[in-house]
Design a protein around this ligand. Sequence first.
Ligand code: RIB
Length: 288
Amino acid sequence: MSKIVVFGSVNVDYVAQVERLPGPGETIKTDHYEALPGGKGANQALAAARNAARTSMVGAIGSDGLEAVSLRQLSADGVDVAAVKTRDGASGLAMIAVDAKGENQIVVVSGANASAAASDVPLLATSDALVTQNEISWSQTAAAHAAAKQTGSTVIHNAAPAHALNGAELANIDILVVNEHELTMAAPASADASDGEKANSLLGLGVGAVVLTLGAEGACLYRAGADPISVAAVPTAVVDTTGAGDAFVGALAAAIAAGEDLAAGVATANAYAARVCGVMGAQTTLPG
Ligand code: RIB
């Protein structure tokens, strides 16, 4: 069985279902509310485990007793959470509004995620892939990438929430997963360049491959010296898009760690992300 380490955020998601998302300064009322496990790192770890990878989660939660929510689904699905440290203070929280079309607005409060440390990342030498995102300290994430490169573990970075990357940091990333906004933030190319030009500017600085997720349009895979490959989306009835990008990343990592070709892995990830869009919450049990 392939082995994946996910280094990243663990949150409790406070999810309110609303008819429509509020505008600036507006208050919206609803009776539908749930506290659910979330966090981009944890969501990706769950997706990797549900796609048959032996998965370890590395990160931090607070001392506020919320682990009964934040870690419950990871534990239920067999993700190793021994390297999730408990620090004094609050856990990471996400305030999420989901509208009737499944679109969301999210505010993330970092809490304990801000203390997640690369020194807690265990034994990358025995891992097939390291998966990271951008909800914990970037310096710690970059340190984990450098360590993973030393051991030959494949580095998969999801630049979400969007952030700028410099040349030296890019060279440690084997597969960069971004949406269009994240691509614009990450790429040194100008903001009005085409997606292909932006992806090529990243490949030129050492990124192994760029996977651009395009929502209902599917995804596009860019590699140096090769034509882009478009992968169609799987049509789905959308209930909630929260965590769909994370599901994509986790499923892609599982496919790559299992030896699947990158283009085939993107197709697998597209199909899995579509299923996640069909249920409320980022870590909800999926229909079979
Ligand atoms: O990508 C979705 C996730 O973003 C949510 O689970 C929330 O915790 C925020 O981190």
